[in-house]
Design a protein around this ligand. Structure first.
Ligand code: SAM
Length: 290
C-alpha cells in the first residue's frame, strides 16, 4: 500500500511513537497521524503536544488501562462506520506494556484490517544496545510488584537460558537488582539502559554485582530497561551431586527456603549458590514428573 493512500477507511493503525527523542517519529507515522479520522490516545493531554506539532486533525479519544474495556465497542463501531483509527500510547509501541492488544484482538475478531506502523520500543532498543545475545530472548515486561507471583517469576528468570528484558520503575530498581543478585550468580552479565534516546542516555553494566553497587551509590532517576544475560551452567561437574542434594534437602527440612539453603551451603563449601539452587530445582523437576 502506498503511503499516499493511508489512512484507509475501516483500518486500525497501531502507531509507534518516540520513547524520548522526538526525531524518532517516522515520516510514515507522522503522515498517518496527521490524517487519521480518530486517534485513540493513552493520555490525550500528553499526546496532545506531539499531535499539535504535526497538526493532526483527527478526533482524539482517551484509551487507557482504566477505560479500554468500555472504549473497545465504541471504537469497533467507528471502524464499522468507515473511520480510520490510529492508536498510540504515551511512548513506544502500543500493546507493549501499554494499552492496545485487546483492541487489536477485537478488531481482528470483527474482520477489520490492522496495520502496525512500527516505531521505537524500549525493550528492543535496550536489547540491541546491550551487546548481550539477541538471537533468542524473553521479554518479561514489569514483574508483579510483590508476593509469590513475583518470586516465581524471579526464580524462572534466574534459570532462563535466553537473554531476558525487564522493565522497571526507578523507585523499584534497587529492590529488583537485589533480588536478582540473591538468586543469580553475581557475575551474571547485565546491562541497564537508562533514558534511551534521550540526552542523558547511559548504559550501566557489566554484571549484577557492579550494577547493584552502581545504583546503591547513585540514586536511580529516569527510565530504565534491564537486559539480563542468560543462565549458563558452565560450572565444573559436581563430583558428589547426590551428597549435595541430600545436604540441601536436610537444610530445607530444617526450615530454610530453597534460596536460603543454597546460600548457606554455598558459603560453607565454596560452591556457587546458583549451581546449588539449580540442583534443588532439578530435584523438584524430577519429583514433579514422577
Ligand atoms: N510501550 C513502551 C515501549 O514500547 O517500550 C513501554 C511502555 S512501559 C509503560 C514504560 C517502561 O518502558 C518504563 O518504565 C521503562 O522500563 C521502559 N522505558 C520506556 N522508555 C524508556 C527509555 N527511554 N529508556 C529506558 N527505558 C524506557
Amino acid at each position: 500500500m502506498s503511503q499516499n493512500s493511508e489512512p484507509a477507511p475501516s483500518v486500525l493503525y497501531v502507531v509507534g511513537t518516540p520513547i524520548g527523542h522526538l526525531g524518532d517519529l517516522s515520516p510514515r507515522a507522522e503522515s498517518l497521524l496527521a490524517k487519521a479520522s480518530i486517534i485513540a490516545c493513552e493520555d490525550t493531554r500528553y499526546s496532545g503536544k506531539l499531535l499539535k506539532r504535526i497538526e493532526a486533525k483527527g478526533h482524539r479519544i482517551s484509551f487507557h488501562k482504566h477505560n479500554f474495556r468500555s472504549r473497545i465497542p465504541k471504537l469497533i463501531n467507528l471502524l464499522e462506520e468507515g473511520k480510520s483509527i490510529a492508536i498510540i500510547s504515551d511512548a513506544g509501541l502500543p500493546g507493549i506494556c501499554d494499552p492496545g492488544q485487546e483492541l487489536v484482538a477485537e478488531a481482528r475478531k470483527n474482520n477489520h484490517q490492522v496495520i502496525c506502523i512500527p516505531g521505537p520500543c524500549a525493550a528492543t532498543t535496550a536489547l540491541v544496545s546491550s551487546g548481550l545475545p539477541s538471537s533468542q530472548f524473553c521479554f518479561e515486561g514489569f514483574l508483579p510488584p510483590k508476593g509469590k507471583h513475583r518470586r516465581k517469576r524471579l526464580k524462572s528468570i534466574a534459570l532462563e537460558e535466553r537473554t531476558t528484558i525487564i522493565y522497571e520503575s526507578p523507585h523499584r530498581l534497587i529492590q529488583l537488582l537485589k533480588e536478582l543478585h540473591e538468586l543469580c550468580d553475581e557475575c551474571r552479565p547485565i546491562q541497564v539502559a537508562k533514558e534511551l534516546t534521550k540526552v542523558h542516555e547511559e548504559q550501566i553494566g557489566h554484571n549484577l554485582k557492579l550494577v547493584l553497587q552502581h545504583f546503591l551509590d547513585n540514586k536511580p532517576q529516569g527510565e530504565f530497561t534491564l537486559v539480563l544475560g542468560g543462565y549458563k551452567n558452565n560450572s565444573e561437574p559436581l563430583t558428589d551431586k547426590k551428597q549435595l542434594k541430600s545436604e540441601l534437602n536436610k537444610l530445607i527440612r530444617d526450615g530454610l527456603s530453597p534460596t536460603e539453603a543454597a546460600k548457606k551451603l554455598a558459603e560453607e563449601i565454596g560452591e556457587s549458590k546458583r549451581v546449588l539452587y539449580s540442583l534443588i530445582h532439578e530435584e523438584n523437576k524430577v519429583s514433579n514428573n514422577d
